[in-house]
Design a protein around this ligand. Structure first.
Ligand code: FES
Length: 164
């Protein structure tokens, strides 16, 4: 994929913004992630060209931190906690039902770009396990039976009906 001129200009501007920083990489990548929602290889190559930081190093950072993504993420990120407290209260079942309902595995995004399903470690809500977060909003004590309702709610936010 070739980057559009406007994207090249914007990424160049982001790199420029931090050129006086000692360790600009995290800031540059955060801005790009926020702006575009993901950081594909072509973008990493451009950042490398602009900053002199090797593509290997950039790739290492992008793949190490779960905040960064190599592929586009859905509009709604469903994070199912699989930490110990949630796990013992049935979190695996919850993520399995999300997976089944959305037709994607953890780490994947639905074809319509609506949802990304993520498996998370403890999100600090053990008291209300199993916990699920959708774009940061936490749903307590989730059960498999509530999964469709949570999905439907996000469609409602969009003014759409949930597909059958
Ligand atoms: S283990 Fe899930 S919130 Fe802590």
């Amino acid at each position: 994929m070739k980057l559009q001129e406007s994207a090249v200009a914007q990424i160049t501007a982001i790199c420029e913004r931090y050129k006086n920083e000692k360790t600009p990489l995290m800031m540059i990548l955060s801005d790009i992630q926020n702006e575009y929602g993901y950081i594909p290889l072509e973008v990493q190559e451009l950042v490398s060209e602009k900053t002199g930081i090797s593509v290997a190093e950039i790739y290492g950072v992008v793949t190490f931190y779960s905040f960064f993504s190599l592929t586009p993420k859905g509009k709604y990120i469903i994070g199912c906690c699989l930490g110990t407290a949630c796990y013992v209260k049935g979190a695996q079942k919850v993520i399995d039902v999300f997976s089944e309902e959305l037709g994607i595995k953890p780490g994947e995004t639905t074809d319509d770009g609506m949802f990304t399903l993520d498996a998370l470690r403890c999100i600090g809500a053990c008291g209300i396990a199993p916990a699920v977060s959708v774009n940061g909003k936490v749903y307590p004590k989730m059960t498999g039976a509530q999964v469709r309702e949570v999905i439907a709610q996000q469609y409602l936010n969009e003014g759409k009906e949930m597909p059958k």
